[in-house]
Design a protein around this ligand. Sequence first.
Ligand code: SAH
Ligand code: SF4
Ligand code: F3S
Length: 468
Amino acid sequence: MSINDQHSKAATGGNEKTCFIKTYGCQMNVYDSQRMEEALAAAGYRPVAAAENADMVILNTCHIREKAAEKVYSELGRLKPLKQQNKNMVIGVAGCVAQAEGAEIIARAPVVDMVFGPQTFQQLPAMLDEIDDTRARGDKPKLVRTDFPATEKFAALKAVARKPVTRSPSAFVTVQEGCDKFCTFCVVPYTRGEEVSRASGDIIAEARALVAEGVSEITLLGQNVNAWEFEGVRLDGLLAQLGEIEGLARLRFTTSHPRDMDAALIAAHGENDKLMPYLHLPVQSGSDAILKAMNRKHSAADYIELTKKFRGARPDLALSSDFIVGFPGETEADFEATLALVEEVTYAQAFSFKYSPRPGTPAADAEAQIDEAVKAARLARLQALLNAQQLAFNHAQKGRVLPVLFDKPSKNGDQMSGRSPYLQPVHVPFSALGLDDATDAANALRGRILPVEITGTHANSLSGIVAV
Ligand code: SAH
Ligand code: SF4
Ligand code: F3S
């Protein structure tokens, strides 16, 4: 056997390692997990669907919800017996809890070998080498990487080879990291660091590579995506450049802050045909006193005015938002101001939460914390209103013909699902198209945009038939 033969055997044979990444939190984490998988693939790791037999397990964590860190510790408790069976297993904690807790994680959960923040996963192969070296010396690895080299991370995104996959036609591309806004309830400025924009050339190259793989819808991601700016170009300019990529049919972006909206981005919603009529624009509260205490730096009237401008540019725009109820000091009148704002703006979709104190954020120390039962009652009232608006928005689509970008077979088997321009899931029976098998249906429809007549409307989705 020649040296070359031995080499190729080692590369493809029994040496292959496996990894399992569990992802929590926002789309930025979903995106980061995909990039981690690619970085690990380059180091010889194949992704598997469960932690049980994996050589490397990563929890990519989120810090936004209550008791986020506690949930990570109990998940780590469940991994402990697996590691006892496989001493070579490497356990890593990544993401925002990792950034916030750092070395504390290994101190409390010694089963963990490495802790790394959202800005450092490009160093994964080097970190794994370090872990091997530590173990070879007979020591227990305790690697902690929680610095903030965001620009280095963006540079690494470019270098990682993408694997060819039969993939979803919708993809995310991170364009901006971090947040400088310091809303008084939020951990993100502490876990993700300051706002950094990725270079437009790199974004466009990544978008082109995705389109070459069959992607036709790209959602630009950033904690404050509308703060993106590179060499004097702002988000509207980037969207215009992306709109020129042939084969790219749909553009979206999330999440925006009302304070960073400019006239050009509003106008783009009327001018850029590829930009979908859907905008996630969190308001959090409809009370000026609460908005001030949250450090949002805009009033309820400013926000309402902004939504009117958007609808002026794009009358059928579907709006979505985030709300927090029971922020410290929130009175019944403050809460009613939120209901009034919702009544006035009307949303197609929304996310709403009870305020939960995040240690280290200013609001967590406020004295006027709201009783849990009051928070729960307010959340129920707000959600009843938001759900009614969502249902009304969905009902209003009945009888319309909407372009649907098809993605994958629905869970119930005999339907394909896709998304409307307003981001609603749309289910279509494929038997009506002469296709009787989910694989055939996926092969025939995935990635295509077809007109669908909406015949059924539900709380969270639409159904219809292809109108040809
Ligand atoms: N950068 C985005 C999203 C941040 S996190 C923005 O500014 O809109 C997503 C949502 O989680 C927030 O919009 C907020 O509604 C919610 N959230 C964040 N911290 C929270 C807390 N301490 N309690 C309850 N909800 C919170
Ligand atoms: Fe958090 Fe506010 Fe920044 Fe959004 S804008 S990430 S809510 S601090
Ligand atoms: Fe969560 Fe971090 Fe995203 S705290 S919401 S994973 S930015």
